[in-house]
Structures are given as structure tokens and as C-alpha cells.
Design a binder for this molecule. Structure first.
Ligand code: DGL
Length: 271
């Protein structure tokens, strides 16, 4: 099964922040990326509805020879990772807000977490808080409206900055020295977040750690492609993209990360 692809999915384009790290680390692999744009955003949706979509996307991937799935969405991980692992035999890698490293490295004893409503409600997040942040002050903010800003390409607009200030400034005022990006869309707003938070605050993006974990699991299960299959030009053509809605935003953002992805790698796919 070494020859299979790695499936990646998100409610829309946010998972590209994880894809970006995966293609860098695993240049010999083939990827399928599914953006569930017709059902975006997942944040305010219930667990049952998100799990149904996760099953549909997984079935679609399995029909295309996927060997491992990265759930590149904190909200979908919170809602459905346990059900996915129970129902299917292949390995699933989930996202989890990086509360642990932030809490371990905090000098002020205060950290901020920006995530969706669904992620904050999840068992995984609350278990992590109990285990690693019981003696730390955690300021939580639902990043309402931010997914929509990324989707509409407003990554640097004054409207987005105004919205972000509402979430980030209270964290800084309470002396948070780490801000955890608990939604895969938010790394696309990292420059603005850094500007608002200032140089003393570390912004924690879990995507590189998730990519490393994926590499580890592939290797442990004997699923990693041989590195002699890797070439620079592979990367441009390594991913087939699907969107359950309009794929123009997906195409624009993916092509700004890797130039030269062929047009035919982008597809509309109703499931
Ligand atoms: N990118 C997602 C996450 O990591 C989903 C955001 C949404 O669809 O609300 O949570």
C-alpha cells in the first residue's frame, strides 16, 4: 500500500496550511486534498453533521486508494476523529490546538487560544487543557468571522484586522505570551496576528508538528514511499484537489503556495 496517496481534508482551504508542511516534508508522496466548501464553515455545525461529512469524504478517498488521512481541520477532528478511527482501518492523523507546547513554554503563565466553537466544545481540547494547562490561565476566543475572511481572500484587509484586534488585544492585555492557532485557517492570518500581538508574543501553529507526526506514522506502518521517488518537479504535480463547491479560492491559495500546479489538478466533486 506504499503506493497509495495521502488524503487531506478540511471544511475549505484552511487545511492548505497543513498541506504546505506535508508536501515540504514528504516530497515523494502523492496527495489528494478535499475542500468541503459546499458545507463550510464547520465551526458552528453539530458533531453529527460534521461526522457524516467526514465519513463521505473518507469513502471518497478510499475509492481512490488513499493509505492515510490527515484531518486538517481542528473542528472536524474534535467532532469525528474517534468515530473515523472506529469505523475505518486506515490511520487518521488529527489536529489538536497546541496547548501543550504553549503551556510548557509560557513564562507569564497566561496563553491565548483562538479556535472555532466546535473545537472548544470538543473532548480532545478539554482533555488537553486538564492534562497540560491546569495551572495556566487560558484565554479562549472563538474566531467568529475569520474563516470567512480567509475564504474571501481578505487576508490583509482593514476589516480582518479590526476583527482580529477584538480577539487578540484582550489576550495581550492579560499578558498572554503565547497565542495558539486552533484552526487551520488562522495561519493564513499569521502576519496580521503577529502585528497586533507584538514581538514578545509567540504564535503557535501546530501544522509542522502534524506533518512530522504524519511522516512518523507512515514510516512506522511501512507506508512511506521511497525517497528516491522524489524530485522537485514532483511537488508541483503531487496533489489532486477536489472541492464540493467552487474551487476558485482553493486554486488561488494553493497556487500562491506552489507555483505552476496544472489546471487539471483542480476538480469540482459533489459527494
Ligand atoms: N479549518 C477549520 C478548523 O481547523 C474549520 C473552520 C470552519 O470551517 O469553521 O477548525
Amino acid at each position: 500500500m506504499k503506493g497509495g496517496s495521502v488524503g487531506i481534508f478540511d471544511s475549505c482551504v484552511g487545511g492548505l496550511s497543513v498541506w504546505k508542511e506535508l508536501i515540504k516534508l514528504l516530497p515523494a508522496e502523492k496527495f489528494l486534498y478535499f475542500s468541503d466548501s459546499a458545507f463550510c464553515p464547520y465551526g458552528p455545525k453539530g458533531q453529527e453533521e460534521i461526522t457524516k461529512r467526514a465519513f463521505k469524504i473518507t469513502d471518497f478517498f478510499l475509492g481512490r486508494g488513499v493509505k492515510l488521512i490527515v484531518v486538517a481541520c481542528n473542528t472536524a477532528t474534535a467532532a469525528s476523529i474517534e468515530a473515523l478511527r472506529e469505523k475505518y482501518d486506515i490511520p487518521f492523523i488529527g489536529m489538536e490546538p497546541a496547548v501543550k507546547p504553549a503551556a510548557l513554554h509560557s513564562r507569564s503563565g497566561v496563553i491565548g487560544v483562538l479556535a472555532t466553537q466546535g473545537t472548544f466544545r470538543g473532548k480532545l481540547y478539554n482533555r488537553t487543557l486538564e492534562r497540560f494547562a491546569s495551572d495556566i490561565k487560558v484565554i479562549e476566543r472563538v474566531g467568529e468571522g475569520l474563516v470567512e475572511m480567509v475564504e474571501s481572500g481578505e487576508r490583509n484587509s482593514s476589516h480582518t484586522e479590526k476583527l482580529l484586534r477584538r480577539y487578540i488585544e484582550p489576550m495581550v492585555a492579560e499578558k498572554a505570551d503565547h497565542i495558539v492557532l486552533g484552526c487551520t485557517h488562522y495561519p493564513f492570518l499569521e502576519d496580521l496576528i503577529k502585528k497586533i500581538a507584538g514581538p514578545e508574543v509567540s504564535i503557535v501553529n501546530p501544522a509542522p508538528a502534524v506533518a512530522l507526526h504524519t511522516q512518523h506514522i507512515l514510516s512506522e506502518r511501512g507506508l512511506l514511499r521511497d525517497s528516491d521517488e522524489q524530485t522537485e518537479s514532483n511537488i508541483v504535480n503531487s496533489t489532486i484537489f477536489y472541492s464540493s463547491g467552487d474551487y476558485s479560492v482553493l486554486k488561488g491559495l494553493a497556487s500562491s503556495i506552489i507555483e505552476g500546479i496544472p489546471d487539471e489538478n483542480f476538480n469540482n466533486q459533489t459527494i
